[in-house]
Design a protein around this ligand. Structure first.
Ligand code: COA
Length: 323
């Protein structure tokens, strides 16, 4: 027997307003054809009045707790991955904690942009297996559309808002067949800041800033880094791409998903794709896609699942788990 972090439940939340490409093309110099051909994106959700990163995070957390049949009082760790917190401080995780009525637990945010959920999941996994906590809420939540430059058509059409969450619990399981996170790997290389960043911040401009990206360079790095880290994490547990039931990738661009799957020799029908409906929701995208595939019955208990993401920094990572 071995101690593993097992996903007991998943949840997600989206803003009320769905904006398809045709609607976006009324205010941005773009077209449905261009966006679909270059990215696979058909629609995104955009947070409106009263909707924030923490309201979305709370919605996702409540859904995950419901599925897990875990009471909020059992949560002793909350890690929220976001690049768009409600406030510069305190951590949005503490706002979620208060919203759930939990008076004392560990709660903090992780900033790794689109890889944020992989970072948060890996930290939670290590804390659970190390005995620092028993039951964790790991959330990825963003209102990324609030940091977009709506005059920059090369970026503003790519992103959306949303949240996803998982409830994780440390459980003793069979070392060979048991459920839980089997391995994860994280990376960062800060030399690439200039290819994908926000041109502001409390300590520099004193403003929030807007997303800036050199799309083609990001694309090239994404395919190489994602293929490399997925191979690395599978090798760590002596598995091959053909053993994997489902890949739940960061949903940035359908062409990145296709190119990465091809590089690894993965069956494309085993890759969960939600980018068409949600666009790139940064830290929310992996748990949002995971929840979608769990709730529509694709991912079943016992399935071997790989999660992967890459984002600003650059940061990137992957995890392999038996759901
Ligand atoms: N609508 C219409 N035309 C657009 C446009 C839009 N929304 N955005 C850019 N264009 C135009 C450009 O102005 C350019 O026109 P030009 O040839 O007349 O100068 C043309 O389309 C090609 O631009 P380019 O930037 O070379 O396009 P691309 O094929 O590289 O596609 C991305 C752009 C952003 C879709 C692509 O680079 C990409 O997906 N990169 C990865 C980004 C990503 O996923 N980042 C997040 C990682 S976490």
């Amino acid at each position: 027997m071995t101690l593993r972090s097992v996903i007991l439940g998943t949840g997600s939340a989206l803003p009320r307003r769905r904006v398809d490409n045709a609607e976006l093309a009324q205010t941005v110099d773009t077209s449905d054809e261009w966006i679909v051909e270059r990215t696979g994106i058909r629609a995104r959700y955009i947070a409106g009045e009263g909707e924030t990163t923490t309201t979305l995070a709370l919605g996702a957390a409540r859904n995950a707790l419901d599925m897990a049949q875990v009471d909020a009082s059992e949560i002793d760790l909350i890690i929220l991955a976001t690049a768009t917190p409600d406030q510069t401080f305190p951590a949005s995780a503490t706002t979620v904690q208060a919203g759930l009525g939990i008076n004392d637990c560990v709660a903090f945010d992780v900033a790794a942009v689109c890889s944020g959920f992989l970072y948060a999941l890996t930290i939670a996994d290590n804390m659970l297996r190390g005995g620092a906590a028993r039951t964790a809420l790991v959330i990825g939540a963003e209102t990324f559309t609030r940091i977009l430059d709506w005059e920059d058509r090369a970026t503003c059409v790519l992103f959306g808002d949303g949240a996803g969450a998982v409830v994780l619990r440390a459980e003793r399981t069979d070392a060979r067949t048991g459920r839980g996170i089997l391995a994860s790997r994280l990376h960062a290389d800060g030399r690439y800041n200039g290819l994908l960043n926000v041109d502001g911040g409390p300590s520099t401009t004193g403003t929030v800033g807007k997303v800036r990206m050199k799309g083609q360079d990001v694309f090239r790095h994404a395919v190489v880094n994602l293929a490399q880290v997925m191979t690395e994490v599978l090798t760590a547990v002596d598995l091959k791409a053909s053993d994997v039931d489902w890949v739940v990738p960061h949903q940035a661009n359908a062409r990145i998903l296709d190119a990465t799957a091809r590089k690894l020799g993965l069956d494309p029908s085993r890759v969960v794709v939600t980018v068409d409906q949600h666009a790139n929701t940064s830290a929310a995208s992996v748990p949002l896609a995971l929840d979608t595939a769990v709730r529509d019955g694709r991912i079943k208990r016992g399935d071997l699942v790989v999660l992967e993401a890459m984002g600003g920094g650059f940061t990137w990572g992957a995890a392999v788990l038996r759901y």
